[in-house]
Design a binder for this molecule. Structure first.
Ligand code: PLP
Length: 392
């Protein structure tokens, strides 16, 4: 059975072109970039610096603003804990959003146990924060605002330029988790008010275990306290021997995303819209979760009311999608994102996330449309759906 992968918010398939670039750095060029005394080290260092330059170029940043980490989870931890530790003498208040990824939320919870105060902003029914509420919550002791660029469950894109402008105007450092936005939304860091930005290799058709924290080099200089101590790699901000093949791969993956962005967004949007309209036309009681338009191109989060998410996932068999209830981890918790939208339990327990990607084909899309329509109808016939009073 050939599986169809439609879970591209969880991870993506490594692009063969990325793998090709990485391979020599596993085999012949295995040097440690920190080895300054021989050619093996120089070759590895050159590869790392070339990757850093490429990443900086795509994002319109300076190479020395790019810090390599093990992924977006670590980047988020470093950004939030690193700023909190550096600015604690100035204030201990942090603002973030209730729909953030766990790597932001749990980091903030950790800090709140260590004496920081965290405001978790609410979102509206589409997943957007209210800028007036943000303005109101900023205090004299607010040191950091962290708002994700695009949500990994519902795809909603926050108004990052307005949010980061407010932060800068109020003299508060601004961080964004851009893991789902990078490669899909053009980001120009020099012409932005973003101070710190996190992303990951494996969400952009690159390798797992590699990520970036962009850290703006501005005047007056922002302080960041490293969270991993050691040999002083990455300008002392993140010690540990650099993962050279993964760094080379991440840079290639980002370059490819940048080159393909317009074409890919157009294609995925077409697939997404087709799926959405076919489901709405052929199945009753379907609801869209997230923002109808302010949403990344590859995301489709739908509730098929009165069809248990897990039952539909089982029935789909050869189609890999995600449920709304167990999104980020292995534990079957109710999605904190869908809950934050204020959705009913019925909506939450019937939510399915389709995450389209580079390697999905038009045939796959058609197959999934057919399959989902058939299985939803079958499951509803099995259940007492018809006798149920429909309530959203
Ligand atoms: C996947 C993801 C992360 C975590 O990235 P890792 O590199 O797997 O640690 C963080 N934030 C968002 C929005 C994500 O989608």
């Amino acid at each position: 059975m050939k599986m169809i992968y439609m879970d591209n918010h969880a991870t993506t398939q490594l692009d063969p072109q990325v793998l090709k670039e990485m391979l020599p750095y596993f085999t012949e060029h295995y040097g440690n970039p920190a080895s300054r005394q021989h050619r093996f080290g120089w070759v590895a260092e050159e590869a790392v610096e070339s990757a850093r330059n490429k990443i900086a170029k795509v994002l319109n940043a300076e190479p020395n603003e790019i810090i390599f980490t093990s992924g977006a989870t670590e980047s988020n931890n470093l950004a939030i804990k690193g700023i909190a530790e550096a600015y604690a003498p100035k204030g201990k208040h942090i603002i973030t959003v209730s729909t953030e990824h766990k790597s932001v939320l749990d980091t903030c919870v950790h800090l709140s146990k260590a004496g920081f105060q965290v405001t978790f902003l609410p979102v509206d029914e589409f997943g957007l924060i209210d800028l007036n509420i943000l303005e109101r919550e900023i205090r004299n002791d607010t040191i950091l605002i962290s708002v994700m660029y695009a949500n990994n469950e519902i795809g909603t894109i926050q108004n990052i330029s307005a949010i980061s402008r407010i932060a800068t105007e109020r003299n508060v450092i601004f961080h964004t988790d851009a893991t789902q936005a990078i490669g899909k939304i053009k980001i120009d860091l020099k012409n932005s008010n973003i101070d710190l930005l996190s992303f990951s290799g494996h969400k952009i058709y690159g390798p797992k275990g590699i990520g970036v924290l962009y850290f703006k080099n501005k005047f007056p200089k922002i302080k960041l306290i490293p969270q991993i101590d050691g040999g002083g790699h990455e300008r002392g901000l993140r010690s540990g021997t650099l993962n050279v093949p993964a760094i080379v791969g991440l840079a290639k993956a980002l370059e490819l995303c940048d080159q393909l962005m317009d074409e890919e967004n157009r294609r995925l949007l077409e697939y997404r819209n087709k799926m959405q309209s076919e489901f709405f036309a052929n199945i009753e009681n379907v609801f869209l979760n997230g923002h109808p338009t302010q949403r990344i191109s590859n995301n489709l989060n739908l509730s098929f009311l009165y069809v248990e998410d897990t039952a539909l996932i089982m029935a789909l068999k050869d189609v890999a999608v995600s449920s709304g209830s167990a999104c980020t981890t292995a534990n079957a918790q109710v999605s904190h994102v869908l809950k934050a939208l204020g959705l009913s339990d019925n909506r939450i327990h019937s939510a399915i996330r389709f995450g389209l990607g580079r390697f999905n084909t038009a045939q796959e899309v058609d197959y999934v449309i057919e399959k989902v329509i058939t299985e939803v109808k079958k499951l509803r016939n099995l259940s007492s759906y018809k006798s149920k009073k429909v309530k959203t």
